[in-house]
Design a protein around this ligand. Structure first.
Ligand SMILES: [Fe+2]
Ligand SMILES: [Fe+2]
Length: 193
């Protein structure tokens, strides 16, 4: 596989781990009346804002999607849709943040937050699946070696700290906490019945 695609897929897996972690925390609150870990949930949102939103999606727009549009018209509709989803992302994350803040102020505001998490997680899995299943196979046929080098260089320039050897300690600690939180086989935590 092209190194650029390996980086993009690894970044998807990091985001997927955070999304599953967030979903898991919400389910834990619902199932066991466990006290919500607001600090951990806020760290997850801060990670999403700092990396997938500020770096991953913009680099897809500016490199992978732009170059792919230049090479083929085969997936124009899907690219339009994915770009639209990138544009909506700020609003979706804002909803997540404001519903979380409302829930922190008042326990009765749990349901709107839980709904926002479900919507957000579903939207992102659908988004990443379209990128991996529709866009990447076409890109693999249509792009040149020079194109791939340009994309890989862009993605290597600010690697996701949950993927590579990033120096952002705060997010490495976050990833460790998520991995330990989740039950096997998704994480390292104890198996749940
Ligand atoms: Fe994307
Ligand atoms: Fe992506």
């Amino acid at each position: 596989m092209q190194p650029a695609l390996t980086i993009i897929k690894d970044e998807h897996r990091a985001l997927a781990a955070v999304l599953r972690g967030l979903q898991y925390l919400v389910q834990q609150v619902r199932n066991s009346q466990k006290a919500p870990d607001f600090a951990l949930m806020k760290s997850m949102l801060a990670y999403i804002e700092a990396f997938p939103d500020k770096l991953h999606h913009p680099k897809e727009d500016q490199y992978l999607y732009r170059i792919l549009r230049e090479r083929t018209g085969e997936v124009t509709q899907t690219l339009n849709l994915l770009e639209e989803e990138h544009r909506k992302e700020t609003e979706w994350l804002n909803t997540l943040r404001t519903t979380l803040e409302a829930y922190e102020r008042q326990a009765s505001a749990f349901e709107p937050f839980s709904d926002a998490v479900e919507f957000y997680v579903a939207a992102h899995f659908s988004h990443m699946n379209k990128e991996e299943d529709v866009i990447m196979p076409v890109a693999e046929k249509a792009l040149t070696e020079a194109d791939w080098n340009e994309i890989a260089t862009a993605f290597r320039s600010n690697q996701d700290p949950l993927v590579g050897t990033g120096t952002q300690r705060e997010f490495r600690d976050l990833f460790r906490r998520i991995v330990n939180l989740m039950p096997a086989p998704m994480g390292l935590g104890p198996e749940q019945s």
